[in-house]
Design a binder for this molecule. Sequence first.
Ligand code: GLC
Length: 731
Amino acid sequence: MPYEANPADDARIESLLARMTVEEKVGQLGVFADMVRPFAPDVNPEANVRNAAEVLEQVRAGRVGALFNGVGAAQGRQIQRVAVEESRLGIPVLLAADVIHGMRTVFPIPLGEAASFEPELAERTARATAVEATAAGLHWTFAPAVDIARDQRWGRGAEGAGEDTFLGCAFAAARVRGFQGEDLRAHDSLLATPKHFAAYGAVAAGMDYNYVEISEGTLRDVHLPPFKAAFDAGALAVMTAFNDINGVPASANRALLGDLLRGEWGFPGVVVSDYTADMELVAHGYAADARDATLRAFDAGLDMSMQSGFYAAHLPALVESGEVPMAMLDEAVRRVLSVKAAIGLLDDPYRSLDPARETDASQREAHEALARDAARRSIVLLKNKGDLLPLRRDARIALVGPFARDRDNLEGCWTLFGDRSRYVNVEQGLRAALADGAVLDVVDGCAMEAELEGGIEAAVAAARGADVVLLAVGEPQRYSGEAQSRTRIELPPAQQALAEAVAATGTPVVVLLRNGRALALQGAVRDAQAILVTWFLGSQTGHAVADVVFGDFSPSARLPVSFPHDSGQQPFFYNHPRTGRPETPEMSEFKARWREHPNTALYPFGHGLTYGRVEYGATTVAAPALAWDGTLRVCATVRNDGVRATEEVVQLYLHDRVGSRVRPVRELKGFRKVLLQPGQSLEVAFELSRADLAFTRADGTHGAEPGAFDAWIAPSSATGKPARFELLPPA
Ligand code: GLC
């Protein structure tokens, strides 16, 4: 829902502005941790009350634009009452939090949900999240993360939609629509904040907070489009990134925050710093001190400063000295007040602060059903040798591994407010699906990162006595998320040893992988008969795993990130530019590959199996050429030769064979998840125009170039035979 300014609001905002002191204006630009409300009570509880009185005093003085990461409608109402009834001008505060993929009901991590290739599903889970978050006294979420992550050593890929821009745009827009709903002023509309602007996923070596060296073309064609998609979907806030871009920190980058965001894109909303990113300009060596950092950030276009207190401390003096024109300060404050007006706060400051709504659990069941469906739709079946899956319910099953009955690693790296009492772990889900629980033998085998005394022996004994092993292994959730970059994206050694020992018994193994990134699967994990990628699935983990394991749901998800052979291949992504030495049968040596591995993925982007048997017919184009202003139909027939209905993610890839800049070997340009009954054939068609072929050309302009193109309609980024077509030059 693109934002339409309301003239009545404008008049009220101008009247407020005219009465505000400089300190009150600067106050609207401050975002501070909410120490008044319980911050995820079981997380640093001692922090909850510290400074609560001081924060309320700042609110009363009109020095707070927003508070974040507290919850509770009743106490939120108290905060708002102080702002509205005790401050001089009664301007309400925005109440925000990091609500990324669920509030009390927790959905799969965004990377896992992206595997569904169902943006409409993400819209529904974001909507349910917004209903719960606004009921808990929140107006604003610092989500969705829309960073494109091409290096799996980086831990924050878990929060986004993976390595592909086209998929990333679809999920960015869907999550914004879901959070905000149809009406920004509704009590259950949650203001979205696409983050982290920009190119945070491109940090060098996958090391969080590291420098970013990037070409203008890659910045514009890979990392920026999901933000534009989010803004086009109606987002009115954006959070800047910690990193620099080619030497200029994003949070003080006028080319980014001014020329592009305001100039080129006409973004009307507010720009908020990621946490203390303005303070960090000094550590970057981009500002000499706090005052200089304040001037550089504000001058570049950073409207709101989070947590550092720099704006409150230095902006008034900068305005006084004339280094910051009053008109510029007014412009930033106007944008903050406009957002507050846009979500209805100036009309109803107590919107979303109804304690009765917070205790209303009437939607909890529907949300948990949605969580279960979202979770099972996120599970990717990488391998299923001999159709080992789905399992019979009378099979003797050994559930082995540290994730078998773990309850502390279900929600992923970025969940602050989940209702853990309602979580269902793997053992619980399996037992609920089995009439006779006796067939399930559960053994940890090892801890997350260490051996257990007698653990392997117990696991081996259980494996010997079973028809099949479900091996629940993976990354502890603290291995992904912020500041969690890894040099080797593998399982902890103790878990690998467990896998080797269990596999050596000869009992067939199904790996239930728990992961916040693509992993380099090794040894017995890689060689298992079947592998299910289960990410971090949230509240309904156990039921979703059981639904897939026992065949009540046929897996339909696809990889949103490439699984490499080895960590050393990072950064690895399917849509990499061509080289002059591609690995082809003709090239005997001196080709683009590693000594140890080919320049391929173990499991490529877009890969995923189902319990069906889907065959693809040839990709065909309706004509050999696409006219410059025309459209071209590309299609293929898919057929389910299996015995069960199945959902297939049909993918369209394009390749520009000759460009003024070297072009990616393939790029996703369309996808459609289709339901195929056993024996059913379906023609799947995509309509192309030259907009689908556009990129940032060598001269810096954005557009297509006439010439030859390949098109694939395929089940992944590494399969299929292309059809050729020509884009004709302008008539
Ligand atoms: C963190 C994260 C950002 C989050 C913010 C507020 O450092 O980078 O994603 O929204 O601070 O918690």
